[in-house]
Design a protein around this ligand. Structure first.
Ligand code: ADP
Ligand code: ZN
Ligand code: MG
Length: 483
C-alpha cells in the first residue's frame, strides 16, 4: 500500500440463504431440481403466468422465523410482501416478490471472536424473498438460454449493520452465520453450490472518523475466502483512490476470481428505482405470539451454547470446543464417540488432528466418513488398554478411514497388537545394543540423547509394536543407566 492515510474499513454484508424446504416459496414445485434438465420444476405460479396466484409456503415461513429467533432478532407479528421491479430475462414476472418496509425479522446479532475477544455484529433485518431463474450461456453460441427451475426458490436475506471492521471479521461472521443456520437445519449454506450468496458492502473512512464514506457493493464471490479476498482488494483500491484525492463511486462491482480484482458492474440503484409496492396477491403475514413461542421452543442447542457445554462437561479447552462445535455433525460425532468411551480429550484430539485433517485433504465432510463414531471410540480404547501404541493407532486410523473397517479387525488382520511381553522385547533390546555398540557406549558415558536412538532401533526391530514404556525400562536396565 502507498504510504497514505490510515483508513478504517467499514463492512456490511447482505447474505442470501436458500431455505431447505421441500417446495418453492409460493407454489408446490419441488426444490430438488439439482442435476435435472432445465425448466422441469416449474408451474404457472413460478413462471409468472397471468392469473396464477402465489400461496406462502408454511415450511419456509417456519424456517425464516426460526432463523430470526436463533439470531435473537424480533419476529414481526405483522409483516408483508412487496414487489421489487426490475427487468431481466431470468425474472419472468419482471418483479421479485420480496419484503420491503415490513420484514419478518428486525434486529438480532451474530457473535464472533476476534483475536480472542468477543465481538457482537448487529443485524439490521431478515426478510423472505423468492429467487430468480438462471441464464445459461452456451459455449460459442450467439444466444443465451433461461432455466426457470430456480425461480421462486425460498430465500432469506440477512442484512448486517456496517459493523465489520476487516475482511477477516467478515469471514468469521459468515462462518458463524453458516454454523447457526446449519444447526437449525434451515439451509445447507453451500456457497460453492449457490445456497448461500453474499454481497459485500465496503467503504473507508479516516481512522477515528464517525462519518462513513461512499461504499462499493461487491458481488459474485463463491467462497468465504473469495469474500475476504474481494474485500482486501476493494480496501486497497479505495485507499489508493482516496490517497490520490479522488472520490469512491457508489456502485455495484463484480469480483473476478481469476483476475483477483473487482470490476464496475453498474451504478448503485436506489430503492425508488425498484418501484416497490405491496404485493396484492399475498395477504400480510400475521403471527400469533403462541406460534412464535412454539417455534422458539423448537430451537436446538446452538453452537455457542454447545461450545460452553463442551468446555464444562468434557473439560476441553475453549479452542478445541469451538473447532468441534462449528459444525453440528462434527459435534455429534464427537459426543457419540465420547459417550461410547469416556476419554473425551483423546477423542477430541483424534477428530481434530486426524479425522478433520483427512477430510480437509480430501475435500470431504463428516457425512462421508466410512466408519462410525463408536469405531473411533473403540480405537481410543485399544490405545488406552495398551493393546496398540499411539503410533500404530495412526496406521489403524488411516485404514479405518480408507476402508471403514472396525479397528479390532484391522489390528487382528495385520497382527498389530502391542508387544508387552518382556521376554520378546528383551531379545530386540539385546540385538539393538549389540548392533549399535557406539550408541550404547555413548549412553553409558552419560549422553542421554543416545537413548532415543536406541529406542528407535528396538521399535524398528519390532515393527513399531513394542510397548514403548517397556522398551525404555529394559534398555535402561541393560545399560545400567539411572536417568
Ligand atoms: P443500500 O441502500 O445501498 O442497499 P443499505 O443501507 O440498505 O444500503 O445497506 C446495505 C448493506 O450495506 C448493509 O449490510 C449495510 O450494513 C451496509 N452499509 C451501509 N452503509 C455502508 C457503508 N458506508 N460502508 C459499508 N457498508 C455499508
Ligand atoms: Zn412452481
Ligand atoms: Mg438496501
Amino acid at each position: 500500500m502507498a504510504a497514505g492515510m490510515d483508513y478504517q474499513p467499514v463492512i456490511g454484508l447482505e447474505v442470501h440463504v436458500q431455505l431447505s424446504t421441500r417446495a418453492k416459496l409460493f407454489c408446490s414445485c419441488g426444490t430438488d431440481y439439482s442435476g435435472q434438465p432445465p425448466n422441469t420444476h416449474v408451474c404457472p405460479v413460478c413462471l409468472g403466468l397471468p392469473g396464477a396466484l402465489p400461496v406462502l409456503n408454511e415450511q419456509a415461513l417456519h424456517l425464516a422465523v426460526k432463523a430470526v429467533l436463533a439470531f435473537e432478532g424480533r419476529v414481526a407479528p405483522y409483516s408483508k410482501f412487496a414487489r421489487k421491479h426490475y427487468f431481466y430475462p431470468d425474472l419472468p414476472k419482471a418483479y421479485q416478490i420480496s419484503q420491503y418496509d415490513q420484514p419478518i425479522g428486525l434486529g438480532g446479532h451474530v457473535d464472533i471472536e476476534v483475536d480472542g475477544a468477543p465481538k457482537r455484529i448487529g443485524l439490521t433485518r431478515i426478510h423472505m424473498e423468492e429467487d430468480a431463474g438462471k441464464l445459461v450461456h452456451p459455449e460459442g453460441a450467439s444466444h443465451s438460454l433461461v432455466d426457470y427451475n430456480r425461480c421462486s426458490m425460498p430465500l432469506v436475506e440477512i442484512v448486517s449493520e456496517p459493523e465489520l471492521a476487516s475482511p477477516e471479521e467478515a469471514r468469521l461472521y459468515l462462518l458463524k452465520l453458516k454454523s447457526v443456520l446449519e444447526y437449525l437445519e434451515a439451509s445447507d449454506c453451500n456457497m460453492e453450490e449457490g445456497s448461500l450468496r453474499c454481497d459485500a458492502n465496503v467503504s473507508l473512512m479516516p481512522r477515528g472518523s464517525k462519518t462513513f464514506g461512499a461504499k462499493a457493493e461487491v458481488k459474485n464471490m463463491n467462497s468465504f475466502k473469495a469474500v475476504a479476498r474481494a474485500l482486501e482488494y476493494e480496501i486497497e483500491r479505495q485507499s489508493r483512490l482516496l490517497d490520490d484525492g479522488e472520490r469512491v463511486a457508489q456502485e455495484t462491482r463484480l469480483w473476478d476470481e481469476g483476475a483477483g480484482k473487482t470490476f464496475p458492474m453498474r451504478s448503485k440503484e436506489d430503492a425508488h428505482d425498484y418501484r416497490y409496492f405491496p404485493e396484492p396477491d399475498l395477504p400480510p403475514v400475521v403471527l400469533e405470539t403462541e406460534f412464535i413461542d412454539s417455534i422458539r421452543k423448537e430451537l436446538p442447542e446452538l453452537p455457542d451454547a454447545r461450545r460452553l457445554r463442551f468446555v464444562e462437561q468434557y473439560g476441553l479447552g475453549a479452542y478445541d470446543a469451538s473447532v468441534l462445535t462449528a459444525q453440528k455433525a462434527v459435534a455429534e460425532f464427537f459426543e457419540t464417540a465420547a459417550r461410547a468411551h469416556a476419554s473425551p480429550k483423546s477423542v477430541s484430539n483424534w477428530i481434530q488432528s486426524e479425522l478433520l485433517g483427512y477430510l480437509n485433504r480430501d475435500g470431504l465432510g463428516i457425512g462421508d466418513v466410512k466408519f462410525a463414531a463408536a469405531d473411533l471410540a473403540a480405537l481410543v480404547q485399544l490405545i488406552d488398554a495398551g493393546t496398540i501404541s499411539g503410533k500404530i493407532a495412526k496406521d489403524v486410523f488411516a485404514e479405518m478411514y480408507a476402508s471403514g473397517k472396525v479397528p479390532a479387525q484391522i489390528v487382528k488382520e495385520r497382527g498389530l497388537e502391542q508387544i508387552s511381553d518382556e521376554g520378546a522385547i528383551v531379545v530386540a533390546v539385546d540385538r539393538a545394543i549389540a548392533d549399535n555398540a557406539e550408541a550404547a557406549a555413548s549412553f553409558r558415558a552419560g549422553k542421554t540423547a543416545a537413548m532415543g536412538f536406541l529406542v528407535g532401533q528396538v521399535m524398528r526391530l519390532t515393527k513399531g509394536k513394542a510397548n514403548p514404556g517397556l522398551v525404555n525400562k529394559l534398555l535402561r536396565e541393560k545399560l545400567g543407566g539411572e536417568g
